[in-house]
Design a protein around this ligand. Structure first.
Ligand SMILES: [Zn+2]
Length: 320
């Protein structure tokens, strides 16, 4: 019996949680280009449950947070993995493989979403939505502190932890519940410089699943975070956020990390802002040395004045 070849599309996705939120529109677009659907290698299958044509495959990740989520997600993988193995086993497949990655040319910065679109030739608009924004919000502020991981050192982009502390103090004084979210592990991931004090609740040891973090952020009045997965997540669920920047602006500038449809991000930058691409550079991180007691404006504190729609910030040359 002669078997007809089947066209299997395998997408080798990126591994980080934030990367997976950024790549969702591209994966969704790919799934519309191939009627048979796509197989996506990802540590975060929870993020693709709204895409019926996307079947997730586990990856061999050595990174702690990713491998923990893969282990938690067995039931989301099993059927898809079996289907692909059957097809490979019969030798009846024509495979197209895409590898998603950011391109970082040496001399020019490219916004993350554009570089992802370019990597697969996606021409249609990029919409970074993950479900619907909340219709009512709880009086909580989610705080994402600066941490340092031994497996992937990127301390240059962290803001000074003093500013995270200032955010906790400020929102406490305004009657908000402040909730710290992190995934610490002794010797593997620790607070950058010090543990911020005084928050109402600490989920600092990975107590929350990725789904719980997403729903917490969706229901929150606002988020305060450095550069990391909270940036695409807040854009995707429409939760206002103050993003405290450190350095390494060559990869992490507002211009690089903001999607065109993003709402309600308020970027706070050091001046001057270091546009290096060195994950470990000793970047200048002081945001406003003239008012050390209350250096940062937190515009998400007033529920009656939501942040306006945020057009793409100016490109990096204007940051100095
Ligand atoms: Zn730097």
């Amino acid at each position: 019996m002669e078997l007809k070849p089947r066209h299997v599309v395998v997408v080798r996705g990126m591994q980080g949680l934030g990367d997976n939120i950024y790549q969702r529109p591209v994966v969704r677009w790919l799934s519309t280009q191939y009627p048979g659907g796509v197989y996506l290698k990802t540590p975060w299958p929870q993020l693709y449950q709204d895409m019926p044509l996307v079947r997730c495959l586990p990856v061999n990740s050595t990174l702690r947070t990713q491998s923990k989520n893969i282990a938690r997600s067995r039931s989301l993988y099993a059927a898809a993995a079996r289907a692909v193995m059957t097809r490979y086993g019969r030798q009846e497949v024509v495979t197209t493989e895409y590898r998603l990655a950011y391109s970082h040319p040496v001399d020019v910065a490219v916004p993350i979403y554009q570089s992802l679109q370019q990597s697969v030739g996606m021409k249609s608009p990029y919409h970074l939505a993950l479900g619907e924004p909340a219709t009512s919000r709880r009086k909580i502020i989610v705080i994402r502190p600066g941490t340092v991981r031994t497996e992937w050192m990127a301390s240059a982009r962290n803001p000074k932890q003093e500013y995270v502390q200032a955010a906790i103090d400020f929102f406490n004084s305004q009657g908000f519940e402040t909730i710290v979210v992190a995934d610490m592990a002794p010797m593997l991931e620790v607070y950058a410089s010090f543990r911020p004090l005084g928050a109402s609740t600490y989920y600092e040891n990975g107590e929350l699943s990725v789904t719980e973090v997403i729903e917490l952020v969706r229901s929150a009045h606002g988020v305060v975070s450095g550069v990391g997965f909270m940036v695409p997540l807040c854009q995707a669920v429409g939760t206002p956020a103050v993003i405290l920047h450190g350095g390494a602006g060559g990869y992490n500038s507002p211009w690089c990390i903001t999607a065109p449809s993003a709402i309600a991000l308020h970027h706070v930058l050091p001046r001057p802002y270091c546009l290096c691409r060195d994950y470990l550079h000793n970047c200048h991180k002081i945001i406003d040395p003239l008012t050390p007691s209350r250096p940062i404006r937190f515009p998400i504190s007033n529920p009656h004045k939501p942040l306006p729609l945020n057009p793409l910030p100016p490109d990096p040359v204007s940051y100095q």
